[in-house]
Structure formats: structure tokens, C-alpha cells
Design a protein around this ligand. Structure first.
Ligand SMILES: [Ca+2]
Ligand SMILES: [Ca+2]
Length: 99
């Protein structure tokens, strides 16, 4: 039943675009990530960020961006970026499936 499993796989991919394209977040995902990072950075929980908390927020956001960029560059998905992947990864999409 190869056709059925392919259909099931494409249904899963359609339902989870974030897994298929980890570097390309939807607006909702960006908003969710921003909220999550804001909450994590708001150390005293007053709902606003002090200069220190904003620095933490910026660092967390930067780390999240770097992580997505790393996943984009790691074409073979081995968790490592080779110099070849780094050199050729600038204009390519990851071609591995969802984990
Ligand atoms: Ca605060
Ligand atoms: Ca790799």
C-alpha cells in the first residue's frame, strides 16, 4: 500500500509545515516564539522588560535564530555543519524529512 503511506505522509507534512521547513516560521509561530522568549526573559514577571531583561530577550532570540539557521545549513541532518555545507548552504533548503 505504497500510495496510501505516501498520502499519509503528505497529509502529515501539510499539517506540520514547521517540521518540513524549520527555518521558515509562520507569523503565528513567530508570535508564539516571541511570547515564549518574552516570558523567559521577564525575570521578575512584571510583564515588561528592563534593560537587563531586554538584553536576555535579545540573546535568546538571537540563539533561536542561530539554531534555525544551523538546521538549514545541516543538509544531511547529522547534527554537524561541515565547511562544504556552510559554503553551499547559503541558498539551499534542507532536503531531509521531518524527524
Ligand atoms: Ca520584568
Ligand atoms: Ca551535516
Amino acid at each position: 500500500m505504497r500510495t496510501c503511506s505516501l498520502l499519509a505522509l503528505s497529509a502529515v507534512l501539510a499539517a506540520t509545515p514547521a517540521l518540513a521547513r524549520p527555518d521558515d516560521l509562520s507569523q503565528e509561530e513567530r508570535a508564539a516564539e516571541r511570547t515564549e522568549l518574552f516570558t523567559a526573559a521577564d525575570n521578575d514577571g512584571d510583564g515588561t522588560l528592563s534593560v537587563t531583561e531586554f538584553t536576555t530577550f535579545s540573546e535568546l532570540a538571537h540563539a533561536a535564530r542561530l539554531e534555525r539557521r544551523f538546521e538549514t545549513l545541516d543538509h544531511d541532518g547529522d547534527g554537524l555543519v561541515s565547511s562544504e555545507e556552510l559554503a553551499s548552504g547559503e541558498h539551499r533548503r534542507p532536503h531531509r524529512g521531518p524527524r
